[in-house]
Design a protein around this ligand. Structure first.
Ligand SMILES: NC(=O)c1ccc[n+]([C@@H]2O[C@H](COP(=O)([O-])OP(=O)(O)OC[C@H]3O[C@@H](n4cnc5c(N)ncnc54)[C@H](OP(=O)(O)O)[C@@H]3O)[C@@H](O)[C@H]2O)c1
Length: 255
C-alpha cells in the first residue's frame, strides 16, 4: 500500500509542486483545496499522467467542521493517513511596518496562519496516534527567523507556527508521530507573483550562496525527504531551504 499523504492547499503554488513530487514518488497524495477545484483537478491529472496516484478533496482547513469532513472522508477511503503537509496559504501577509499595520490585519494573519495548522493537526493526530506512526510537516518560512522590512505580521505568524509545531512534536513523539518544519525562502508562486519582481529576483539570486533563486522543485524535494519515516528521530526541528541565506554574515539584505 502506498503511503497516504494529505497536502493542504495543494491546488496551486508550492502545495501543488509538493503534491507532484510526492505523487510521482510512491505516495498517494490527497490534493486539498478550498476554492480551486479546477486547479486541484489539473494537479491530480498531471500526477496521474506521470504514473502517480492522487485524488482531490475540498475543505477549508480553517473550519473545524470542514476539516473533520475532509479527514473522515480520507480515512473512509484509505484507512489511514501517513503524512500530512500543512501548507495552505490561509492568511496572505499584510506587508507593513507596525506603524502602518492595523490590529485587524495583524490578527487576521496570525490567527489565520494558526487556524490553518491547529484544526488539521488536531484531527490527523488521532488516527496517527492510533496507528502508532505518522509524520506532520509544517511549511514555515525563513521569515520566522529573519527580520525583513514589512514582514512583522508574517514573521510573527510563522514563528508562532514553529513553536506550535515543536509542542506537537514533544507531545506526540512517544506515540510514533514526528514533526518537521520545512522553512523555505522566497519562491515564485501565485501568492508571490506581484512582490517577486525580476529586480527582487536578481537581489535574491545575488544574495544566495547558490547564485540563483530558489525554485519550487528545491522545496518540494526537501519536503519529500522530510516525509521519509526513517527521519522520525528528526522531530520538532526545522529544515531551512533557503539557498544558503542563513550562512551569509549579517544575513540577507531586507530590500
Ligand atoms: N511562496 C513563497 O515564497 C513562500 C516562502 C516561504 C513559505 N511559503 C509558505 O508556503 C505555503 C504555500 O504558499 P504559496 O506561495 O504556494 O501560496 P499560494 O500560491 O497562495 O497557494 C496557496 C494555496 O493554499 C490554498 N488555501 C488558502 N486558504 C486555504 C484554506 N483555508 N483551506 C484550504 N486551502 C487553502 C489555496 O487554495 P484555493 O485556491 O483553493 O483557495 C492555494 O491553493 C504557505 O504556507 C506560505 O506561507 C511560501
Amino acid at each position: 500500500m502506498p503511503p497516504t499523504t494529505l497536502i493542504t492547499g495543494a491546488a496551486r503554488g508550492l502545495g501543488a509542486a509538493i503534491a507532484r513530487h510526492l505523487g510521482t514518488r510512491g505516495h498517494h497524495v490527497i490534493v486539498n483545496y478550498r476554492t480551486g477545484a479546477a486547479d486541484a483537478a489539473e494537479t491530480v491529472r498531471g500526477i496521474e499522467a506521470a504514473g502517480g496516484l492522487a485524488s482531490s478533496a475540498r475543505g477549508d482547513v480553517t473550519d473545524p467542521s470542514a476539516v473533520d469532513e475532509l479527514v473522515t472522508g480520507i480515512l473512509a477511503t484509505h484507512g489511514r493517513i501517513d503524512t500530512t503537509v500543512i501548507n495552505a496559504n490561509t492568511a496572505p501577509p499584510p506587508f507593513a511596518a507596525l506603524a502602518d499595520l492595523s490590529w485587524a490585519a495583524f490578527a487576521a494573519k496570525v490567527t489565520g496562519e494558526l487556524a490553518g495548522a491547529f484544526h488539521i493537526t488536531k484531527r490527523v493526530l488521532a488516527p496517527m496516534r492510533a496507528q502508532g506512526a505518522g509524520r506532520i510537516i509544517f511549511i514555515g518560512s525563513t521569515a520566522a527567523d529573519y527580520v525583513g522590512e514589512g514582514r512583522l505580521a508574517h514573521g510573527t505568524a510563522k514563528s508562532a507556527l514553529a513553536t506550535f509545531a515543536r509542542h506537537v512534536a514533544a507531545e506526540n513523539a512517544r506515540d510514533g508521530v514526528s514533526v518537521l518544519i520545512v522553512a523555505p525562502g522566497a519562491v515564485r508562486t501565485p501568492a508571490t507573483a506581484q512582490v517577486l519582481t525580476s529586480e527582487r529576483g536578481a537581489v535574491l539570486a545575488r544574495e544566495s550562496v547558490l547564485g540563483r533563486m530558489l525554485e519550487l522543485e528545491d522545496v518540494a524535494a526537501a519536503v519529500a525527504l522530510a516525509a521519509d519515516p526513517a527521519l522520525g528521530a528528526a522531530t520538532g526541528t526545522t529544515l531551512r531551504v533557503d539557498g544558503g541565506w542563513s550562512v551569509l554574515v549579517g544575513g540577507p539584505a531586507a530590500n
